[in-house]
Ligand binder design. Sequence first.
Ligand SMILES: [Fe+2]
Length: 270
Amino acid sequence: MIIAQISDTHIALDTADAEQRIGDFERTIADINALDPAPDLIVHTGDIVQSGRADEYAKAAAILAQAHRPVYVLAGNKDDRVNLRTAFAAKGYLDAYSGFIDYAIEDYPVRLIAVDTLNTHSNKGDFCAERAQRLIAMIDAEPSKPIAVFSHHPPFEVPVGPERINFKTAEMMERLCQAVQHSARVVAIISGHVHRSTTGWVGSIPATVMPSVATTLRWGEYPAHLKACPVYHIHRFDPASGFAVEARIVGVDWRAAFGEPPPALAPRAG
Ligand SMILES: [Fe+2]
């Protein structure tokens, strides 16, 4: 089972880098479409758009409509639950409930559980008792399959910052940590928000964060010729060993970087 994860596309229509953000998103979807073997599905771990506006979601949904595989989306701190739900309602996995955007996908060897860490008054995450109850109920709804939990805000300390704790309070983060550890069947926690690649642990559960697809908003050290190349994560699941994560770099533009096409591979000796 292969999951392509994208995150933090921050689609905007009126920022100075709006075209770059749109282009980064489009090129990433095109790259995922060209993967061989193809992923089973794509998960967008939130901050789909910059301002939660319906016209931003219309653009983002049009880009995601180009994907050849099913796409599931989470709400990030920049997202608006109502407009997000409206934009993606036709896909059928978001219920009509107007509150939290959390759900379980049962169609794959690994169950996918998306949690809602959105706080409408802060860029930092929230995880209240009601959301914890909903997560535990989703975990308990099926007794046998492994589970990957997706959250926009990472539920572990991120020393490479800009913030070590990405929830409003340490208690909120701890509540999510406790809930995901409700079952040993949770084998991975997959997040975004930090705009840079990092890893951590929640108890004994491995946790990963991918960079922002929007290259103008990405943190981390990249050589000059890769600064405009989006990076996304591919998560491959093996029943014996769990998930392995791989970073995929989209479309190095060799002419822009080096003024020449990529060198042909030399034939191997022998
Ligand atoms: Fe975020």
